[in-house]
Design a protein around this ligand. Sequence first.
Ligand SMILES: [Zn+2]
Length: 71
Amino acid sequence: MEPQVFPVAGELGRFHVQSSGSCGLLYLVDLDELVSGWCGCPHFEYKVASRLVLDAECKHIRAARAYEAGV
Ligand SMILES: [Zn+2]
């Protein structure tokens, strides 16, 4: 099941993306941050913090980008 995307009202490029896991947490995604976007999820933070990958992305960023592109 794909994550659900909810645009943040009045804030271009920002989305709340609901995790598809059982917990269903909402993560804030900002597509204008870093190289290819920023996400508040632990997976993304781990990627950026541990490997210093500035163009890291996670499924939430991909879902937000797809939403923005109208897919
Ligand atoms: Zn994420």
